[in-house]
Design a protein around this ligand. Structure first.
Ligand SMILES: Cc1cc2nc3c(=O)[nH]c(=O)nc-3n(C[C@H](O)[C@H](O)[C@H](O)COP(=O)(O)OP(=O)(O)OC[C@H]3O[C@@H](n4cnc5c(N)ncnc54)[C@H](O)[C@@H]3O)c2cc1C
Ligand code: SF4
Length: 522
């Protein structure tokens, strides 16, 4: 493409929707789409093989779709001989080659990328027109207006505001069913007989594009975490719509009740498995929410399940995006609890004898997926209680999950998981002892440790570290009324018990890499 362009339209790997604002006024006679696969996006954190495969395959499918529709696409593959290796470097080459009047893009999902692209635009004295991402219900300005003058942000109030504004699950001015939130009905566990038969989710056999990408990823990123043999994620809109329809028909009715439950060897349970499709923009949250609302109205799913599901997307998903963009770039540096431990090496292998962590990590490395409670109350909780430096925890979550894009991953990890932002995102640290994991799963049944014990050879590391966490941070936590009950329980422990717990916690912190009698089976 030698002629001068009007608009060079930048499409990033998580912007794979035809209705993106960047493409609204696209004129094939004057404009071109620019897409690039670059190594840096897979190496600035060591992106897991499943994650890189998903992004590259979905990008290739989307580029082929645009070309079929007659849009000119300039596409650089990862193995192109002159690939510059960075988005900025590749964009710069395209600018020199096409001399566009203007760069156009939809707002990206990562501050780092926006900063790098702005820098290139300035260097070439080009306007970079960044358009709102209308995939979301709320603009960053809407969120900032909501946040203005509020001392304390809370997801629940934000969520109610959008429900009123959109009329979703509303009956006039009131919430359908008379309550805003049915969370109390959504905390079931499976009991000792386990989950029984669960309708298996739609998984998609790799087509030739995905198979090519898998070969490329296995060659180029051989030492990156996880494996890609089980890859079955939606890589195009058709598959994503099928995955959504399958969830609504078969798993949504029990989603609410078992949202927090975990079970050995069961990765999918009643979850939707659509976060990667939403984050790559293969699905629009409006169509997801409409499908769930319709299931309630036609009687195929109960209100508690539907409201619980919609709250995750209309509430949490929009809320974390607002937090990210109103607090970046400083947000990534928060470390409110001054946590400095290194992330244990076995987070990258799952090679630990703590059964809950082994299960959650091995499943993550096998599929690029773990559900919310596995992320929050197993891998996240352990890192928080151990005192791992939040940046290292963030890098792990960004690397290993197929749905990881920084705008959603960072506030969830740093804010919700690690309380490193000191309470911007969550009203209190999510901390519990091993007894919580025992209640919500069967992991403890196959573990050498006992969740009820805080000291001694069989002490559960979660339980030891939980009490030690409360003890260590008691002064800070005492300012938070929501922590008072947990601190009251701490104060019931005798000084001798507290001292013994402290010693055991220090010993564990010094050597958390416990030998695993069960090598990873991933
Ligand atoms: C430490 C930590 C890191 C996380 N990192 C990510 C991430 O990188 N990308 C990501 O999309 N989600 C992340 N989450 C949120 C959540 O765990 C995943 O969205 C969810 O597990 C995806 O699986 P699912 O599609 O089966 O979701 P379901 O459990 O079926 O929920 C339905 C949908 O709700 C949305 N959702 C649910 N919880 C959240 C949340 N807390 N924030 C934003 N959206 C939410 C997702 O789009 C999800 O697809 C993280 C959570 C924690 C605690
Ligand atoms: S006993 Fe503790 S370490 Fe073992 S599975 Fe239960 S919570 Fe995890």
């Amino acid at each position: 493409m030698q002629h001068k362009l009007r608009n060079l339209v930048i499409v990033l790997g998580d912007q794979l929707n035809e209705d993106a604002t960047a493409l609204l006024d696209f004129d094939p006679a004057q404009d071109a789409v620019w897409m690039a696969e670059v190594a840096q996006e897979s190496t600035y954190v060591p992106s897991a093989k499943q994650r890189t495969t998903l992004f590259l395959s979905a990008m290739r499918h989307f580029a082929a779709h645009l070309e079929q529709r007659g849009l000119p696409v300039m596409y650089t593959t990862l193995d192109a001989p002159d690939n510059a290796g960075t988005l900025a470097g590749e964009l710069e080459k395209a600018i020199v080659r096409t001399r566009p009047d203007k760069l156009v893009m939809t707002a990206p999902g990562e501050w780092r990328v926006l900063d790098a692209l702005r820098h290139i635009a300035r260097k070439h004295a080009l306007v970079l027109e960044v358009r709102d991402d209308t995939h979301f219900f709320c603009t960053v300005r809407d969120f900032a207006a909501h946040a203005k003058d509020r001392k304390q942000l809370r997801m629940e109030f934000f969520y109610r505001e959008i429900r009123k504004k959109t009329g979703i699950l509303m009956d006039g001015k009131l919430p359908i069913g008379g309550e805003w939130n049915f969370d109390a009905e959504n905390r079931g566990s499976f009991g000792k007989h386990g989950p029984g038969e669960i309708p298996p989710p739609s998984r998609f056999a790799p087509d030739s594009i995905t198979r090519d990408v898998i070969a490329l990823v296995n060659k180029r990123f051989a030492d990156h975490p996880g494996s890609v043999e089980t890859f079955g994620w939606p890589v195009n809109r058709r598959d994503a719509l099928q995955a959504l329809a399958d969830f609504i028909a078969h798993r949504l009715p029990r989603f609410g009740l078992y949202q927090d439950a975990m079970w050995t060897g069961e990765a999918w349970l009643y979850h939707a498995l659509i976060s990667s499709s939403l984050n790559l923009k293969l699905l629009n949250p409006r169509e997801v929410i409409s499908a769930a609302e319709a299931a309630y109205h036609n009687g195929s799913a109960p209100l508690a399940a539907v409201e619980g599901f919609i709250r995750q997307i209309l509430g949490w998903r929009e809320y974390v995006r607002g937090i990210y963009w109103t607090h970046m770039p400083a947000y990534a540096d928060h470390n409110a609890l001054n946590a400095l431990q290194p992330l244990p090496e076995w987070y990258w292998t799952g090679d630990t004898n703590m059964s809950c962590l082994r299960n959650a990590i091995q499943q993550t490395l096998t599929h690029g997926y773990a559900h919310h409670i596995q992320r929050l109350m197993v891998t996240g909780l352990y890192a928080l209680l151990l005192g791992v430096e939040p940046r290292q925890v963030h890098q792990w979550y960004l690397a290993v999950y197929v749905d990881a894009v920084e705008w959603v991953e960072l506030p969830n990890t740093l804010g919700m998981g690690q309380f490193a932002d000191g309470g911007i995102m969550a009203s209190k640290p999510y901390v519990a002892s091993g007894k919580y994991i025992d209640r919500m799963s069967n992991y403890c049944k196959s573990c050498p440790f006992d969740p009820a014990q805080a000291t001694g050879p069989k002490a559960c590391p979660f339980t030891t570290l939980y009490w030690n966490f409360l003890d260590t941070h008691a002064d800070t936590l005492a300012k938070n009324p929501r922590m008072l009950m947990q601190l009251k329980n701490l104060n019931r422990l005798s000084p001798d018990t507290r001292a013994a717990i402290s010693t055991q916690a220090q010993t564990h912190r010094a050597a958390p890499a416990i030998e695993n009698p069960h090598p990873p089976s991933a």
